[in-house]
Write a protein that binds this ligand. Structure first.
Ligand code: IVH
Length: 752
């Protein structure tokens, strides 16, 4: 091969590679899948291909991406379609008061005594306009700017549910049928599962998926991709919600239709898909009730809804009320507080928790979603960040449903301007600089292995000790925990580990200064261009002799640390942050062994045999005691007066051997039981020698249920487990099961 031949070969290879990559990116882009490269990178590829083709004109094919439209700046590849009648939007109301105001105005303007309201769901999809001429579908177009949309007729017909010819007779020369195209939630979930299985990017929500799917192009697709495109289009559905370009007087004269609900009846006879969820009401109060009902059942509807549309039913009144340039006066939308909003992804920050797990989380511009303000959301790990395809600086879709944790769904690719940057998972712990590593081979999550002294982990453990489920120490919240573990001065924090927690004195804590961090993002707050600093344990004024005055927080903290030293053993065990040892296992250990010394002296088998402990927790305990600095915690806490035993406990296994009134019985407490806190009820079962179960099974002997009991109660009913109320529970834990069936003391003492 000569040099020029080999040059040409290399150029051919490069051009072929670039061509297929560019076409693939175009596909991704037009299918709404987002893009894996920036616009700048894409442009550079096209420029390079152009350069090669100029140098070697013989390599330029007529269908080369340099010759075809499809540059990513193009807004459309679809033919423009002018709507016969403008597609209007809807005005919104956000409260029942605003709705009543709108209805009142409608009634006044219409001069009508009583207006009937057609009330239906606002489908979160994509508006579509079907133009039928003499009953034949001529075009299907997206809304576009309301005047001109995009011709997506072929794709709409592929859906398989939109008639290309209307059923029946007497169709007008021209009518526009308007409706919404959407992915039913179930189809959407299946689509995303398929995308994930194929290693493709996930769609952020059904609306984006519907828009992306409808705007797919057949040209240049491989047979496999064509099949996928068809499959996707067949998952789409449409529901119609109105008509255009058929003047009301003509419509009424030729069909006898006089209301919006009549229109739906007519469209149904033509074979068009109608929603089953609409109702006509006489009063606004009934409309309110419909809105409330669907607000509560949003997730049970087959498609996503973003509100309720209220339309005056009478078409004569539509004529009378007319429209503004934007929206009809005869309709309005009641918007539910959005469950999905767009916001800016300001940064992706990695935080290290109590167990050392390094978790990237999204820091966003504050937004309100589903009734609460959201500023951050976990992104779980670096693989999730990649799968979601978000870049720092992106506008992202954020979802929050009720009290569910907020979730970043994905980027809004169209709003990228090229300034976005990729997130890179740090190699080192952002708090202590130790190299991050998976806990075991193959784990995706990365951890900081410096468990003993990584400030983030110590801080997390101190917060955990102070939490409700452990020692419940008032005065030791987030701020105090941060102050104790990460002061600005002196260089060494007062608590290098939690071992010194119960040795703290006023002299130790008074001088502490701490950098103020945003409680949500963990980022340092600034005072001008320097970190903002505060002294949490002393007030700003000093005594006459110049000595510092302790803050209330300092006093409360020391008092409560003192009290915590005599907490029940199980609470202290929880505070040690031993893997898997939460309140349930800790109670089981404390009840059986009665002291930390006895737990430490026990063999693996002895530990594992305790009801509610088992092999995994036994191993975790043995591992924990192996570590020097863990033993140092016990030694220093003991020296400081922490009580690692239950006074009066008869020794390991003694209570079980003696048998309580509930020996051998399992009781599950659920709902609120009068006279017992949640913890108190469990404690009472255990003290009576019984087993406090967490879930109901055939092995459960009793379920004590109070108001608020849910699935556990239902399960008990199904399984035929005996259900008792709070009063019976009190008898059970005091006197045992036999006492339940004896005539109650109350009966005997009842006055005649
Ligand atoms: S009627 C002239 N009814 O919401 C009034 N619109 O935010 C036309 N939408 O552009 C709209 N569900 O695409 C109507 N049941 C429904 C709807 C609905 C969803 C869409 C429609 C409209 C947008 C306005």
């Amino acid at each position: 091969m000569t040099t020029s031949e080999s040059d040409l070969e290399a150029a051919r290879d490069e051009a072929a590679g670039l061509t297929s990559r560019i076409l693939e990116l175009r596909d991704q882009y037009y299918e709404g899948n987002g893009s894996t490269v920036s616009d700048a990178e894409y442009d550079a590829m096209v420029r390079r291909l152009d350069e090669i083709e100029r140098e070697h004109p013989e390599l330029q094919k007529p269908d080369s991406p340099t010759q075809t439209v499809g540059g990513r700046a193009e807004t459309t590849q679809f033919a423009p379609v002018e709507h016969a009648e403008r597609m209007l939007s809807l005005d919104n109301v956000f409260s029942f008061d605003e709705l009543a105001e709108w209805a009142g105005k409608v009634e006044r303007d219409a001069g009508a005594e009583r207006v009937r309201f057609l009330t239906e769901l606002k489908i979160d999809g994509l508006a579509i306009n079907l133009r039928y001429e003499n009953g034949v579908l001529v075009t299907a177009a997206t809304r576009g700017d309301g005047v001109v949309g995009e011709d997506v007729t072929g794709n709409v017909l592929t859906m398989g549910t939109i008639p290309d010819r209307l059923k029946g007779e007497g169709h007008p020369p021209l009518v526009e049928v308007r409706g919404e195209i959407f992915f039913p939630v179930a189809e959407f979930d299946a689509l995303n599962a398929a995308q994930a299985a194929a290693g493709e990017r996930l769609f952020a929500n059904p609306r984006n998926a519907a828009a992306g799917s409808l705007r797919q192009k057949e040209e240049g697709k491989s047979p496999e991709r064509l099949a996928l495109m068809t499959k996707r289009l067949r998952g789409l559905r449409m529901l119609v919600h109105g008509i255009g370009a058929w003047p009301v007087p003509e419509l009424e004269a030729s069909t006898g239709v006089t209301s919006q609900s009549d229109i739906y009846g007519l469209l149904e006879t033509w074979g068009l898909p109608i929603s089953t969820h609409f109702r006509v009401f006489e009063t606004v109060e009934e409309v309110d009730a419909f809105i409330t009902r669907y607000g509560e059942q949003r997730s049970s509807v087959e498609h996503q809804i973003d509100g309720i549309v209220i339309k005056v039913d009478d078409l004569g009144l539509h004529e009378e009320l007319g429209s503004t340039s934007r929206a009809p006066r005869w309709a309005t939308a009641f918007k539910y507080s959005p469950e999905e909003v767009n916001t800016k992804l300001l940064d992706i920050v990695v935080s290290v928790g109590r167990t050392g797990r390094a978790t990237p989380f999204a820091v966003m511009q504050k937004v309100e979603v589903a009734g609460s303000e959201v500023r951050q959301a976990t992104l779980h790990n670096q693989q999730v960040v990649k799968a979601k395809g978000v870049l720092i600086g992106d506008t992202v879709v954020l979802r929050k449903a009720g009290d569910v944790i907020p979730e970043v769904l994905g980027p809004v690719i169209e709003l990228r301007d090229g300034t976005e940057r990729e997130f890179v998972m740090p190699e080192d712990c952002p708090e202590c600089g130790t190299r991050l590593a998976p806990a075991k081979e193959g784990d995706i999550d990365l951890r900081c292995p410096n468990a003993k002294s990584c400030p983030a982990q110590v801080r997390g453990r101190v917060e955990h000790i102070a939490s409700r489920g452990s020692l419940d120490i008032e005065g030791l919240g987030e701020v105090a925990a941060a102050a104790l573990t990460q002061p600005l001065e002196p260089a060494e924090p007062p608590l290098a580990t939690e071992a010194g927690l119960f040795d703290l004195t006023m002299d130790d804590i008074l001088p502490i200064r701490v950098v103020v961090r945003d409680s949500e993002t963990g980022l340092e707050k600034l005072d001008g261009d320097r970190p903002k600093v505060m002294t949490p344990f002393r007030v700003s004024k000093t005594r006459e002799d110049g000595s510092p005055v302790p803050s209330k927080r300092a006093e409360v903290l020391l008092e409560n640390l003192e009290k915590a030293k005599t907490s029940p053993l199980w609470r202290i065990l929880v505070g040690l942050s031993i893997r898997h040892v939460g309140p349930v296992a800790a109670r089981a250990l404390a009840d059986y062994f009665g002291s930390l010394d006895a737990i430490r002296a026990a063999s693996r088998d002895e530990l594992a045999a305790v009801d509610g402990v088992g092999g995994i927790i036994a191993d975790a305990l043995l591992d924990w005691f192996e570590v020097d600095w863990h033993r140092e915690i016990i030694d220093r806490w003991t020296a400081a007066g922490v009580q690692f035993s239950t006074p009066g406990h008869p020794g390991p296994g003694a209570a079980e051997a003696a048998g309580g009134v509930l020996a051998g019985l399992t009781v599950v407490a659920t709902g609120s039981l009068e006279g017992f806190s949640r913890e108190g009820a469990q404690e009472a079962i255990l003290l009576a020698g019984g087993k406090a179960g967490n879930s109901v099974s055939k092995k459960t002997d009793f379920v004590a249920a109070g108001p608020g009991a849910g699935s556990k109660l239902t399960k008990a009913e199904t399984l035929g487990v005996r259900i008792i109320d709070a009063a019976q529970f009190a008898i059970l834990v005091k006197d045992g099961p036999d006492a339940l069936d004896a005539p109650s003391a109350g009966d005997e003492a009842a006055p005649i």
